[in-house]
Design a protein around this ligand. Sequence first.
Ligand code: SF4
Ligand code: SF4
Length: 383
Amino acid sequence: MSETKTTMAIPRRKFGHSGPELTILGFGAMRLPGFRTGDFDTHMEGAVKLLRRGIELGINYIDTAQLYDAGHSEIAVGRAIREARDRVFISTKILPNLVSSADHFQSLFEESCERLQTRRIDIFYFHGLYWKQFRGQFAEMGLLKAAEKLRAGGRIGLLGFSSHDRPENIGRLIDTGAFDGMLVQYNLVDEVNAGVISRAGEKGMGVTLMGPVGGGRMAGTGPDFTRLVPPEFGDAPALALKFVWSNPDVTCALSGMESESVLEANVRSAKNYAPLTSAGRAEVAVLQKKLEKLREIYCSGCGYCLPCPEKVNIPGIFNLLICHQVLGAERYARDMYRLIGVLPIIPGSDASACIECGQCEDKCPQKIHIIDQLKRSHELLGK
Ligand code: SF4
Ligand code: SF4
């Protein structure tokens, strides 16, 4: 992976053999403008301002999707890049599950372009692609051909997929040779895709990452693991980013930044990036051992599982479970658990209110067995 670095600029890496040079830090717009509240109009101006600030600080790649905030994320990105289109690469995604035919795909693509105020999508990803789907419904509808036609006509620069499928199936998608790049999850506490990332690298594909800071697990919406991080690495997000950038097959880490302070901190990490040394790797291995328990309860606090009809505060409860199980803050976790629904910072109901309707489980991208984990939370925290 070639890398260019100039003083005080964010380093850039080429997206695969044929792609553009992307900054190693990309702006993931998945939670903009109003994901947490659903109030898109109120937060639109702030989202556009934050995205523009990212561009001003040197980020040259923004990722969005048709699905994010019901198209409002694309609108925010479109407004943010209007005056900077020649300096910024954008990607968007369409969920194949929502497509009924090649013509329908074409019309969804046009709608995305309209919201993004552009005729060309630099990198287009099929959103959340599964191997089984690629072989079935995807092939039957001729979606790959439809996308290739858009690429041949210059409407799509590069073609890729994002996926939460098993690594062996992601490997199969890579081996089709149909894609220029992919967007997968990979971070300090989840290296399950390490093998496919290296395979993609060998094939000359670009690799962008979702959840480089654990989708909030290591800071932001989740508990902050900084207290476990050796001081020379700074805080948990800084180390998490350094870790993924130290993989030479990674082109760009997409961080879902929701505030200027997080944005500025991440840009600082990118500008100061130097790969992990072998001593650093040994320290990281010790930290990874400590964080092992996190794999069992891999909640990012994304909130996709909500709303719950019984108002169970699923992300809040799992946050406390992580504090209890991983950070060793047992008393704090139990005290806070008792205050669910009392303190405004942790509204809703505790896990005992769950009626096991199952509505939440299908919506969780991390495939957490939410009902089982809620029972476990109540046993550990409710005593
Ligand atoms: S299974 Fe429990 S937590 Fe999930 S939506 Fe139903 S009541 Fe809420
Ligand atoms: S349980 Fe799943 S969907 Fe809900 S907040 Fe955690 S990771 Fe997100």
